[in-house]
Design a protein around this ligand. Structure first.
Ligand SMILES: Cc1cc2nc3c(=O)[nH]c(=O)nc-3n(C[C@H](O)[C@H](O)[C@H](O)COP(=O)(O)OP(=O)(O)OC[C@H]3O[C@@H](n4cnc5c(N)ncnc54)[C@H](O)[C@@H]3O)c2cc1C
Length: 320
C-alpha cells in the first residue's frame, strides 16, 4: 500500500480513483472487507497507462466488472482493483455490427439490440454483469455463450500493450475463454447479430426473463450458478442444481449464507454472510458431490484473496 502513489494514479485516471471502498457494498454477493484502492478508468488508453504503471512499479492488481461472479475475502483487498463499468460503456452500431466498450451493463446491451431490431442477443438479457466479464467467462444462457456473437476483442496485456483478436483466436468454450488465464483486460468487443423483428425479439426476451424469475432467486444477493454443468455428470445424473438438491443441501446454512430454497446451485446471502461462511458451504457441497457421485463439479465463480489472487471458489475442498 505504501508503494502506491495515489496522486500518480489520479493523473492517469482523473476522477476515477477511490480509496477504502467497502466491497460488501459494491459486490453483488454483498460480501467482503474494504478495498484499499479502486480505480475506474474511462478509456482504453487509461487502462493501458494504468497497466503499464503497475508493471513498471511491480504492483500486482486485479480487474473486475460488476463482481457478479466473484467472492471477495472478509479481509478485503490490499492489491489495487481496476473496475470496468459505466465510465467505459459506449456503444456504436453499424447495421448489424455493434462495437461495445467492456463496461456496458449486459441487460442494457440486450435492450439496445432489441430496440435496433437485432436478434441473437436475447439469451443475455437477464445476466447481471458487464460485457467484459461476460466475454471473459463466455457467459450466456439457453445453452448459448456470447462467444458465438463475437467478431473481435480489444484487450490490454499486463505491460500496457493493446491487442486485437478475432473470435477464432479467443478459444471460446463452455464458460471459458483465453481471457480467464492470460491476464489481459478486455476493453471493447465487436459483436455481430442478425436482423430480426422487434416484436418477436421483445416476446422472446420477456419469456426468458419470466423463466429466470421463476427458476432463480432474484431478491437475495448471490453470484448466480456456483458450479458449471459437467456434460458427463449431466448425462448420467443431471444438472448441478438437481444433484445438490438430491443430496439434501437445499436450505443448508453457514451463518448468513444459505443454499437457495429456489435453486440449489445458487448460494444466497440472507444477511450478514461472510466469505468464510460461503467458502465452507461450497467446500461441503463439492466434497459431498464427489464422494456420492464420483463426479467433480468445476466451480464457475471465483474467490479473490486479499492479494488479488483469483482462486476456484471450492479451493477449501482439497479432495478433488
Ligand atoms: C443472479 C445472477 C444470475 C446469473 N446468471 C448467469 C447466466 O445466466 N449465465 C452466465 O453465464 N452467468 C450468469 N451469472 C454470472 C455473471 O453474471 C456472468 O459471468 C458475468 O458475465 C460476469 O460479469 P461481471 O462484469 O460481473 O464480471 P466479474 O464477476 O466482475 O468478473 C468475472 C471474471 O471476469 C474477469 N473480468 C471482468 N471484467 C473483465 C474485463 N473487462 N477483462 C478481462 N477480464 C474481466 C474478472 O477478473 C473475473 O475473473 C449470473 C450472476 C448472478 C449474480
Amino acid at each position: 500500500m505504501e508503494r502506491i502513489n495515489v496522486a500518480e494514479l489520479s493523473k492517469i485516471c482523473p476522477g476515477g480513483v477511490l480509496q477504502n471502498v467497502s466491497l460488501a457494498e459494491i459486490s453483488q454477493w454483498g460480501v467482503g472487507g474494504k478495498a484499499d484502492i479502486l480505480i475506474r478508468p474511462s478509456t482504453t488508453k487509461q487502462v493501458a497507462d494504468l497497466r503499464s504503471w503497475f508493471y513498471r512499479n511491480s504492483i500486482h492488481h486485479f480487474t473486475i466488472g460488476s463482481t457478479s461472479n466473484l467472492l471477495f475475502s472478509d479481509e478485503g483487498l490490499r492489491a489495487p482493483c481496476v473496475q470496468l463499468g459505466n465510465r467505459l460503456s459506449q456503444l456504436t452500431m453499424y447495421s448489424n455490427i455493434v462495437h461495445v466498450q467492456a463496461g456496458v451493463w449486459v441487460p442494457s446491451l440486450a435492450r439496445r439490440l432489441m430496440l435496433a431490431g437485432l436478434t441473437g442477443g436475447e439469451h443475455i438479457c437477464g445476466i447481471p454483469g458487464t460485457l467484459g466479464g461476460l466475454v471473459c467467462m463466455n457467459g450466456g444462457s439457453q445453452r448459448k455463450g456470447i462467444g458465438s456473437n463475437v467478431v473481435s476483442v480489444e484487450s490490454v496485456d499486463t505491460t500496457g500493450n493493446i491487442f486485437h483478436r478475432f473470435a477464432s483466436e479467443c478459444n471460446f468454450s463452455y464458460r471459458n475463454s483465453i481471457y480467464q488465464a492470460n491476464n489481459e483486460v478486455i476493453t471493447s468487443v465487436t459483436l455481430k447479430f442478425s436482423p430480426g423483428k422487434l416484436s418477436n425479439i421483445r416476446q422472446d426476451m420477456l419469456a426468458i426473463l419470466a423463466d429466470r424469475s421463476r427458476k432463480f432467486p432474484r431478491k437475495l444477493p448471490s453470484c448466480g450458478s456456483v458450479f458449471k454443468s459437467n456434460p458427463e455428470m449431466y448425462a448420467e445424473i443431471g444438472s448441478p442444481g438437481l444433484i445438490i438438491e438430491k443430496l439434501g443441501f437445499k436450505g443448508r446454512r453457514q451463518g448468513g449464507a444459505q443454499v437457495s430454497l429456489q435453486h440449489a446451485n445458487f448460494i444466497v446471502n440472507t444477511g450478514g454472510a461472510t466469505a468464510s461462511n460461503i467458502l465452507k458451504l461450497i467446500a461441503e457441497i463439492s466434497l459431498e458431490v464427489k464422494n456420492s457421485t464420483g463426479h467433480y463439479m468445476e466451480p464457475e465463480a471465483f474467490y479473490v484473496t486479499p492479494h488479488g489472487e483469483k482462486l476456484p471458489i471450492d479451493y477449501l475442498n482439497n479432495s478433488k
